[in-house]
Design a protein around this ligand. Sequence first.
Ligand code: UTP
Length: 270
Amino acid sequence: MSIEVAVIPAAGRGTRMRPASRVVPKALLTVIDRPAIQYAVEEAARAGAKEAVVVVDLDAGHLVAQHFSIEGPLTGLEDIHLRPVVQEEALGLGHAVNEAAHMVGDRPFFCLLSDNIVRPGHDVLAGLAAGSHDGAVSVMCLRELTQEFLSKYGVVVPASDVEDRYLDLAGAVEKPGPANAPSRLGLVGRYLFTPEVFEILGKLEPGHGGEIQLTDAINELGSRGRLRGYVAEEDLLDVGTPIGLLEASVELGEHEFGEEFKSWLRERAG
Ligand code: UTP
């Protein structure tokens, strides 16, 4: 089954990107020649999505919408309809996703964090869709995390072995740290959700850090036995921090500009 709609939360405070994100939202910061969020919309379009519901903050939402519409549709994005929705207060990622509920309705949907970019040639959304039993169960994109990242990501509770990249999941914990981590498999910013996640999100109390946590809703899906994982073959690029943005720019630059840029890099490295 094809997944028609993608939700792209982009209303976070972006404190790790200050001062760049004081006025310009983090999602509009440039990687090579386009804002970070454009990579996510392009990825959703490649996976066949026809609608991108972009969750934006009150101040800058119009800028994000304008980027995609100002001179007509961007090349390659002619077939995907961008629908902004405002999250008035940054109450957490779970809250942001729930703001898209009325636009998604009763459909399964992709969710893409705009501060993660897939490496060229390593799209994962088709893998999530293929494991979803025709959009009947939620499928989380996962990566094996090194020790330091167990305090920075949501970590899942496996309920089966990994077979052909897929496994069943029993739950998830937000940023557990090495001592409490139920596994080393982390949630890495790409998800396929069934619409039942909205019913769960609507009832959630604030969790870790006082925020409405998407991971808590994922945990509930797991306890209902309606959650699978898909272990991606490559990490995503994290452009939500200065060093991550720099590394992503270099890596995508190597891909974009090829030998010319690589030889410049080699000279610099001495
Ligand atoms: P982050 O955890 O990176 O948080 O959000 P942040 O607020 O953007 O950045 P820092 O930690 O202050 O530097 C992950 C994703 O969830 C979105 C963000 O825009 C980002 O794409 N998000 C987070 C929201 O849309 N709303 C929120 O309330 C929180």
